[in-house]
Design a binder for this molecule. Sequence first.
Ligand SMILES: [Zn+2]
Length: 211
Amino acid sequence: MSYDESEIREQLVKCMKTLHGRGLITGIGGNASIRMEGTNEVLITPSALYKGELKPDDIVKIDLEGNVLDGVFKPSIEWHFHAAIYNRRLDVNAVIHTHSPMTTGLALAGKKIEPITLESAVMLADVPILEFRYPGTKELGEIVANNIMGHRAVIMQNHGVIAVGYDLIEALTTIEVLEEISTMTFVASHFGGAKLIPADQIEMIKKLYKI
Ligand SMILES: [Zn+2]
């Protein structure tokens, strides 16, 4: 499978700018990666640089053991969970980690995502919430990879969100939809709580979308 590495670098830079502009990451928090389809090579955002102003040359190329193949900077300290996910999920070519405030805030209170919109009913039912673990470790990588099987996203309590996709747009969409649902849930909670889509309607919607 052919791929355009410079195009992938541009995609990652643009993605981080979008996430920063939307307040889903801070300048030093969050990371994203793309697996070059059909290879064990991953392009990942660097550690410690300001994420709202990355340049294509700042992106680091690593293999699935974390060895740097190309790049001036160190890869994100969270490369472990990116690599662990790519090892387990052959259907995934993009991973995004954010500190989405609404989604992370609800998880802090132990509140799970509920089917309040079409997207949450068909795409994001049952997003696992993982207990706090020290960041940047192989152990965290294994826990994330184990729990993201069969899901589009997981939430790490006291930390943030990880979303996966066949490509970067799919992962980015999941991050955005999750935060949208979390914001709606938060607003509704101040007025007595959200009304859910009835279970029989969800089944009909799933049939419609062939899920
Ligand atoms: Zn983080």
